[in-house]
Ligand binder design. Sequence first.
Ligand code: KG4
Ligand code: ZN
Length: 350
Amino acid sequence: MIDDAVILGIESSCDETGAAVLRGPRVVLSNVVATQIDIHARYGGVVPEIASRAHLEAVNAVIDQALAKAGVTPAQIDAVAVANEPGLIGSLLVGLMAAKTLAWAWRKPIIGVNHVYAHAYSPALDADEIEYPAVALVASGGHTALYDCRSPMDLHLLGKTVDDAAGEAFDKVASILKLGFPGGPAVDKAARNANPSAVKFPRTLLHGQSLDFSFSGLKTAVLYHLRGTSGGRNEHEVRAKDVEDYSAAQIADIAASFQAAVVDVLKTKMRRAVKLTGAKTLLVGGGVSANSALRKALEIEASKLSCRLRMPPLKYCVDNAAMVAGLAHHYFNKGMVAQLELDAHATVKR
Ligand code: KG4
Ligand code: ZN
């Protein structure tokens, strides 16, 4: 057990290039993130080819900064960790190649970690050790899943989205409502002083005991609500409404009502997972866990369930390399390191 091992983590699965240095499993010495938000904003979403190129341009500088901020030299690094799955394949490959190059040049072990598992581990960063067993809810732009966790490395999938991820729904609805990109923070802000009960949007897959998620129908419901229902005899004569036909307050009410539907579903499924597993710890991670309404709702829910709620601070909700290095520490301590043949995987069948 090497409790104070120093690990360099690298993250490039989507549109953030991250590098971080941790001492031990939870102490973050540095956490550098170069975001590509401005580059993708004009397209209203992440363009994979552009993302890979931007990672390539940023990765060396981001790693240099992470080492400098941590005040460590390559000789002091015990292992290099990288998120090698799941994600955009071109983006993942940039981080993986950087990690392999450094591991080879510095003669250090390399550790590949699952990006979604790293999100589930993020509540441990700069904080207390996580008490297992736990239920983890990871809700991000690419993933929405519930896990039964027995340790940081032992996660069993309980349910996942059958279509869009929660963050993807936020991004698409923000685009429909012309609130900007990325959509999550924009919807969150618009909804802050609005009425979450203004429109009753569907809560999908809440029947039975399903732990899967579906957000695609909700997104379509927002679109249809915005367009309005046509009452004319000839539908071609009736113009569908658009954002311009609504006041800012009405748009904010639609945003708040959409957000309330997402929060309701996430909260309900989390409660079901807790009842099913008997876990007393709730872990929440991924970009959507930055959502203010979700955070409030989960706090209330956790207290009703007498569970410890572990949510990361905002900087560790979104993609970052600190969570990668932290999770990698647990593999390192068990001698579970990889070889330079380590590959990247866009999807993970687990
Ligand atoms: O975890 P993350 O940085 O990247 C992925 O692994 O996908 O999550 C990004 C997602 C985006 O869809 C973004 O709109 C969403 O997280 N997000 C939010 C908030 N902040 C970021 N969604 C809802 N409310 C927020 N405050
Ligand atoms: Zn992520």
